[in-house]
Design a protein around this ligand. Structure first.
Ligand code: ADP
Length: 437
């Protein structure tokens, strides 16, 4: 409410022209006549009125397009009216700019959220959604604004979940147009019957979870088979205490084979878990390749038992920057595979060479080979082309998975060239900077 002083000032300024006009009219009356004075007074009031009417017209005209640049100029009391309006519009514009900046800020923050967010009103119509929600549900923010979400996402499980109103557990579903994606969906009620729809892409998590399930199932299966065999022999030995020495020895020998198989499996699992663990960094040293390759060749000759022709081809005097134990394990695994998958009389060559400035370790065999469709999957854990052959030869199905991890840790690439019935070459290609002389 304006104060008393303001009111006094208002009336004072409004009455100035009238007071001066009246004084002048009184003078006219004194010097001439009352008619002149009256005529003058009428004229003066008319001028005052026309001036006010003109300013009022300017105000109305401005109100049709109230921009700060075209605010009218005026004198007297109207000057104050327009200058106050000017300040008001300026303040309003500033507030508008501030609000727009804040809105943009919030929009940027919600766009950066790692989750899809949409606001639904009490009739499930979309009031707003962020870019990730648009991606998850194939929404168009303009076309689908205020559309019922159940017309756009029609999967029955989604509609049922929305109607259930119990959102303690998220809904896991695949969106209709991206069936390779898995979403975790939640509704959060807020305000007056409004709901926030939150969607999270859990495709990767689901994949890891399914890999973990497969892995546990595979390990259990791999351990169960030898355990069942050992159990069978133990029961036999218990049931037949007067078993002949020969039969008992044979049973114990088969049991030892199975326990060795389990031991190998557990050892490979431990190696894999150590390699996969981000917390075990690669401890590097300069490895003398001549010594290492000869050690591997010696192990190979022992494993082959003289049934293959094994040879090493190396220019000599080579060094490699890496972890000796891991390299030994990777090279050993490749050589043991070559021996196990090459029939008697076959040839196996261990080769150390340089290709386009990159050191390459290769094992070439004249064995059974692998048909092309299996090659991309060989490094998967427990993937075997021929299960029985792998088991017969003491394989765990983890050897190439171990080689792959060691290659990754050394920034090397595993290359497989193979032809069914003719033989295979497994090569580890190291980055040039690992070579040292
Ligand atoms: P495994 O313990 O079964 O040998 P690996 O991971 O070492 O497991 O190898 C995976 C599969 O790749 C093997 O089961 C085998 O079928 C195939 N494989 C590996 N190396 C060779 C090779 N040199 N020749 C033929 N097949 C091979």
């Amino acid at each position: 409410m304006p104060g008393r002083a303001f009111l006094q000032d208002f009336w004072f300024r409004l009455s100035i022209p009238v007071v001066f006009g009246t004084l002048f009219a009184l003078l006219l009356w004194g010097f001439f006549s009352a008619t002149y004075a009256l005529l003058f007074m009428l004229l003066a009031l008319l001028v005052v009125m026309v001036r006010h009417a003109w300013q009022l017209f300017k105000l109305l005209r401005w109100l049709h397009d109230p921009r700060i640049e075209n605010i009218p100029e005026a004198g007297g009391i109207w000057d104050e009216v327009f200058s106050r309006l000017y300040k008001m519009v300026k303040r309003h514009n500033q507030t508008k700019l501030q609000l727009a900046a804040e809105l943009q800020h919030i929009e940027q923050a919600t766009a950066a959220l790692p989750e899809g967010v949409a606001i639904l009103n009490d009739a499930n119509r979309i009031e707003w959604c962020n870019p990730l929600a648009q991606q998850h549900f194939d929404l168009d923010p303009k076309r689908d604004f205020m559309q019922d979400i159940t017309y756009l996402v029609r999967q029955p499980e989604f509609i049922e979940y929305l109607q259930k109103s119990n959102f303690s557990e998220p809904l896991i579903m695949r969106p209709a147009r991206h069936d390779d994606m898995v979403l975790s969906i939640k509704f959060i009620p807020y305000g007056e019957n409004k709901r926030l729809l939150i969607s999270r892409d859990i495709t990767q998590l689901e994949r890891i979870e399914s890999m973990r399930r497969d892995f546990v199932a595979n390990v259990s299966h791999e351990l169960r088979t030898p355990l069942t065999v050992v159990n069978g022999y133990v029961e036999n030995l218990q049931d037949m205490p007067d078993l002949s020495q020969d039969s008992a020895r044979r049973a114990l020998q088969l049991m030892a084979e199975q326990t060795r198989r389990m031991e190998n499996l557990v050892a490979d699992l431990l190696t894999l878990s150590h390699l996969e663990n981000d917390l075990s960094p690669l401890l590097e040293e300069t490895v003398d390749m001549d010594v290492l390759l000869n050690e591997i060749l010696k192990d190979g000759l022992l494993l082959s038992g003289g049934v293959h022709s094994l040879r090493l081809e190396s220019p000599g005097n080579a060094k490699l920057l890496g972890n000796r134990e891991e390299l030994r394990s990777a090279f050993g695994n490749l050589l043991s595979n070559a021996i196990r998958y090459t029939p008697k009389g076959g040839t196996i060559i261990l080769r150390w060479a340089e290709r386009a400035g990159q050191p390459v370790f290769a094992v070439q065999d004249s064995g059974i080979g692998i048909s092309p469709q299996h090659i991309p999957r060989l490094t998967e854990r427990f993937y075997r082309v021929d299960r029985s052959r792998s088991r017969e030869t003491g394989g765990t199905g983890l050897g190439l998975a171990i080689v792959k991890y060691i290659a990754i840790r050394h920034h090397a690439k595993l290359e497989v060239l193979s032809e069914e019935g003719k033989g295979s070459t497994f090569a580890l290609v190291f980055p040039g900077k690992r070579a040292s002389t």
